[in-house]
Design a protein around this ligand. Structure first.
Ligand code: AMP
Length: 412
């Protein structure tokens, strides 16, 4: 199948066309500054054409989708002859609340459901819905699937997802841990088990998704039992610009001392904290931080140390939660590419019996590799994530169940 994968933000729209037979990405791109002025970047990967950037006016998401479809069907730069070659569209949806525990075929009821959980992700879910509506207008006959960032984590038991707050905040406001990056944690845990020739049912896995946004999950016998992000993606690890876990009383203390509103501090915790904040706003990019550290910058050194220590503590917590761990996986931008940052993390893991081949670690950038030696009690891998492919595969799985009944399904 040829699946169009859409990841819609409030003023942006990322897209890929994926062939689910070969798992190849045929074309990809990004519409930006939607509703402001507009820009589209597009690349045909089949013909190996260079990335092109144009700046047409993009007044809304509907226009963005039309432009994307024009590019995909263009006789010179396109990857399909006409739109009927696109078998389905997979939409990335940030928050599925407690309602969506798996991907679903999109119909009116699903749209309503996504709307209902929007208060939990007020910046993201409405933007995701805009993408769905725009796509349905432009390609009304094409089946669409919603793939949720939260769904994989819905198997967490209550003892892992409940916060110790008055119970009615959970009952009435649905305040609980949801977790994010679920598509990535699911993809890496399932595909890595396959790669190892094992059944996920036989493995206790810790997946470290270490990118600009970062999270760790404990996957026991194929099911997520805990994860580091919470009600929102601000919790857990130290990230590029997000603070991760802090003492909740800090919020009131800083707001009153610095005369900040809750939304101002929220912005600071999301966009000016993490390794960026710790490095005194030097950079959120780990390449810059390592360069600075190696040139004697003590703030950059501290930022990386705080980051790694937090990852190591979560690994320890999840090894305890699962009463052991068989496999640890590093994935996403830093996990896949940054050997020095991986070393900062695994140097804490000797007590688990982790033994790493340093030369394999040094050589591993953006590809599958086993870092652990044959004597290691825990197997440690670098395993590249591919969230778009995971969305395309899930879309294919669900569309195959339709058996031509898409129109009936639409009106349910
Ligand atoms: P992601 O959010 O998964 O795309 O990860 C982005 C982050 O990965 C960047 O901000 C960098 O900090 C980091 N990164 C990407 N490539 C490299 C690399 N070759 N070496 C070190 N860090 C990298």
């Amino acid at each position: 199948m040829k699946i169009l994968v859409i990841n819609c933000g409030s003023s942006s729209l990322k897209f890929q066309v994926i062939n689910t037979v070969t798992n190849d990405c045929l074309a990809k791109g990004l519409c930006e500054r939607i509703g402001i002025d507009g820009a589209i970047t597009y690349q045909n990967l089949v013909k190996k054409l260079d990335k092109v950037k144009e700046t047409p006016a993009i007044e809304d998401h509907r226009k963005a989708i039309s432009l994307v479809l024009e590019k995909l069907t263009d006789p010179e730069t396109g990857v399909v002859k006409d739109l009927s070659e696109i078998d389905a569209v997979g939409h990335r949806i940030v928050h599925g609340g407690e309602r969506f525990t798996d991907s679903v075929i999109i119909n009116e009821e699903v749209i309503k459901g996504i709307q209902e959980v929007s208060p939990l992700a007020p910046l993201h879910n409405p933007a995701n819905l805009t993408g769905i509506r725009a796509c349905r207008e432009v390609m009304p006959k094409t089946p669409m699937v919603a793939v949720f960032d939260t769904a994989f984590h819905q198997t967490m038991p209550a003892k892992a997802f409940m916060y110790a707050l008055p119970l009615h905040y959970y009952r009435d406001l649905k305040v609980r841990r949801y977790g994010f990056h679920g598509t990535s944690h699911k993809f890496v845990s399932e595909e890595l088990a396959k790669y190892m020739g094992k059944d996920p049912q036989d493995l206790k896995m810790i997946i470290c998704h270490l990118g600009n946004g970062a999270s760790v999950s404990a996957v026991k016998y194929g099911q997520c039992i805990d994860t580091s992000m919470g009600l929102t993606p601000l919790a857990g690890l130290v990230m590029g610009t997000r603070c991760g876990d802090v003492d909740p009383a800090i919020v009131d203390y800083i707001e009153s001392r610095e005369n900040l509103t809750p939304s101002q501090l929220d912005e600071i915790m999301n966009k000016e904290s993490g390794v960026y904040g710790l490095s005194n706003k030097l950079s959120s990019d780990f390449r810059d931080l390592w360069d600075a550290r190696e040139n004697g910058d003590r703030n950059a050194a501290l930022a990386l140390d705080v980051w790694a220590y937090r990852v190591a503590k979560y690994i320890g917590a999840y090894a305890a939660a699962m009463n052991g761990v068989d496999v640890i996986a590093f994935t996403a931008g830093i996990g896949e590419n940054d050997a020095k940052s991986r070393r900062l993390v695994y140097q804490y893991l000797g007590y688990l019996g982790v033994d790493i081949d340093e030369s394999v670690n040094d050589m591993t950038h953006g590809k599958i590799a086993e870092l652990s030696t044959p004597v290691s009690r825990v197997r440690v891998f670098v395993f590249p994530t591919n969230e778009e492919l995971a969305i395309a595969k899930d879309t294919e799985r669900l569309v195959k169940t339709l058996n031509g009944s898409y129109y009936e399904n639409l009106t349910k």
